[in-house]
Ligand binder design. Structure first.
Ligand SMILES: [Zn+2]
Length: 120
């Protein structure tokens, strides 16, 4: 439960209008530098806030309203950094083949999450 005091001190929220169902959703930000916002109502992609083009796109937290449903993190292979999707909520730990360009890693992560999100 959040209180007035929490709101003033530590909780940062951002509003995103869902392009799919037109609902304005509020997301509770974590400490990540990058975010993927998933609409809590229709479970579609609601928005992305990331440093693509400027800096690294991970760690990236995947938020659904006030809930963090997963994250994209980096792991290092011998030659380069690669990305993986981790979701405690859905018990997913999966390496992504998509990389930085065109946010392929994000797209792939959303594709992996989709069946879990749409499950009733
Ligand atoms: Zn929606």
């Amino acid at each position: 439960m959040s209180t007035e005091k929490d709101n003033a001190n530590t909780i940062h929220t951002v509003k995103q209008l869902c392009p799919e169902c037109s609902e304005e959703n509020e997301f509770v930000l974590t400490a990540a530098a990058n975010y993927i916002f998933v609409c809590p109502l229709c479970k579609e992609l609601c928005g992305i806030d990331c440093e693509y083009g400027y800096a690294n796109i991970v760690p990236c937290d995947i938020l659904m309203g006030s809930e963090k449903i997963g994250e994209i993190t980096e792991y290092r292979t011998e030659h380069k950094a690669k990305y993986r999707l981790v979701s405690e909520r859905f018990h997913i730990k999966q390496k992504l083949s998509g990389g930085y360009a065109d946010l392929e890693a994000y797209k792939e992560a959303l594709t992996v999450l989709e069946p879990f999100l749409k499950r009733k």
